[in-house]
Write a protein that binds this ligand. Structure first.
Ligand code: DNO
Length: 391
């Protein structure tokens, strides 16, 4: 039997400028959301979960996936009251299951969630895309943050080039880079001042990638049994971008990281959010091969395409363009679904700010029309692939 992917859209809750009815009109049936108003580390109560679920169902939609229950920094560093915070995390999983929500996305990125330096990068056709500019991050690191030890990571030639870039920044661009990196993009939950960020960086002194990977394993050792008991699929989101920033360790960036995670905890409930845009930033990630290898553990899918530039920048391209071989990825997903005998929830991730949305205030990456375009294209690819298979 052929299975179509379950079409979902992210919704940031009642304050999202994109309404549930807008989402319904896109053709999606599932909602991906989180209780963003609950502070990191606190239990999501059954009452709060139920309240949100009722709103979604009243609009004719289903709450398919939680994205995300944030993992508190103290759990990642295993300091302070992290044990209590892990107990809270377990309780949130139980509470979600008790009202029928069985897929939870999360990530294990230190301090910052996803990072971009320009949220309104104008494309030649006038639409706006998310951009990661390597020099902006380096300039922030060396001359704004003035991170200790950072200089040793660059050649003197590079430092000169970065300095020239930094000196040429307008005051507005200078501020924008700081805000984009520290204030947190949609869904990031927490923003920092420069001083706070410096203090947070210190909490990672002595935590290198193997250490952070060990902390992730210890966290999974605790929560996977609870997920299993409650039939909740855990879906870790990859690092975005999938390489270290500001000397912080990364543990979910490449295929070997994914392999390690399921070797450590082979439970089918321990799995992945397969985000093509994040993994796809690295040329050494073979995305269709990863879907084939990790298919049994993929519980949620983000489809978008990034395009790498030679200078190390990347921007978010049209869903079927960029470096992600989208058709091949979808083809592999269809094979996984057939093998597993079920549909997997997928959302078109990000989208250009375009057409009428250019005149609106939108959540960066999450305007309606750009995502609708992505969803429509993905749906078309899927329909064509399924038609070919049926012949
Ligand atoms: C960005 C998103 C991330 C993602 C979290 C998952 O658009 O993909 O904010 O939700 O990293 O925990």
């Amino acid at each position: 039997m052929a299975y179509k992917m379950e079409q979902t859209m992210r919704w940031y809750g009642p304050n999202d400028p994109v309404s549930l009815q807008d989402i319904l009109q896109s053709g999606a049936s599932g909602i991906v959301t989180a209780l963003h108003h609950i502070p990191n580390g606190e239990v999501w109560t059954i009452e709060e979960i139920q309240k949100r679920k009722d709103i979604i169902e009243k609009a004719g939609l289903t709450w398919s996936v939680v994205e995300s229950i944030p993992v508190h920094e103290l759990i990642k560093t295993r300091t302070g009251n992290f044990k209590e915070l892990i107990e809270n995390y377990k309780q949130s999983i139980r509470n979600l299951a008790s009202v029928g929500i069985h897929t939870v996305c999360y990530n294990f990125m230190p301090i910052l969630d996803w990072t971009r330096t320009d949220l309104f990068h104008t494309l030649p056709n006038g639409a706006k895309a998310l951009l990661f500019e390597k020099k902006a991050v380096q300039a922030f690191d060396l001359f704004i943050l003035k991170r200790e030890g950072a200089e040793a990571e660059y050649s003197s030639e590079e430092i000169q080039e970065i300095k020239a870039y930094y000196d040429a920044l307008s005051p507005e661009k200078h501020q924008l880079i700081i805000d984009n990196i520290l204030k947190g993009l949609p869904g990031s939950e927490i923003g920092y001042t420069l001083e706070e960020f410096k203090a947070m960086l210190e909490t990672y002194a002595g935590i290198d990638a193997p250490k952070l990977a060990e902390h992730l394993k210890l966290f999974l050792d605790e929560i996977v049994p609870v997920a299993e008991e409650n039939k909740v699929y855990l879906a870790i989101h990859p690092d975005d971008p999938p390489f270290p920033l500001f000397g912080l360790p990364r543990v979910v960036s490449v295929a070997s990281d994914a392999r390690r995670l399921i070797t450590d905890q082979p439970s089918p409930y321990n799995g992945f959010t397969f985000c093509t845009g994040s993994y796809g930033v690295r040329a050494d990630n073979d995305l269709p091969a990863m879907v084939a290898e990790f298919g049994d553990h993929i519980h949620f899918i983000h489809l978008r395409s990034t395009r790498r530039k030679e200078n190390g920048d990347f921007f978010e391209d049209n869903h079927l363009d960029g470096n992600v071989p989208m058709v091949a990825v979808i083809d592999e997903i269809l094979k996984v679904q057939e093998k597993r005998g079920k549909s997997l929830p997928m959302r078109p991730d990000h989208g250009h700010q375009m057409l009428d949305d250019l005149n609106k205030k939108t959540n960066a990456g999450y305007s309606a029309i750009g995502r609708l375009k992505g969803l429509a294209e993905i749906r078309g690819v899927e329909a064509a692939l399924l038609y070919n298979k049926s012949k």
